[in-house]
Design a protein around this ligand. Sequence first.
Ligand code: CA2
Length: 148
Amino acid sequence: MPDVLVLNGPNLNLLGTRKPEVYGTTTLADLEDLCRRTAGDLGLDAVCRQSNHEGQIIDWIHEFGAAQQAGTCVGAVYNPGAHTHTSIAIHDAIEGAQLRVIEVHISNVHRREPFRHHSYVSPVAAGTIVGLGVHGYALALHALSQGS
Ligand code: CA2
């Protein structure tokens, strides 16, 4: 089965523990289980990673970009967390590795503070899903399984 990377950025390890009014009550472990089950139904093997460290995330983008070029990975479902709004390095990593990325945000960032309205990731993403809660990850997996 080809791999699909499910990548979560900084502070997403806190999911389900605080701010349920913004991010819901699903924990990261629950979310990763949901992704593994959804990917399995689509004939994909979800490889779930989360880090609070930008360099570690960049290394994984390079690793899975190479796997995609080798034909063993279909791309990544990626919630960059606050790196969305700050990181040119992550923009460059996705572009450089040519990793197919669907950018997912649990909350509707466009209804929130102005500093959340700009994304450095969107210009190098195949698509973006915002504001649909953790269901956005399942939708992104469906899109990647169909070659989006
Ligand atoms: O809506 C999203 O998925 C975000 O990517 C989440 C990021 C935020 O910086 C983006 O603007 C939008 C924050 C993730 C932090 O998650 C927490 C979860 C529970 C408690 C505290 C933070």
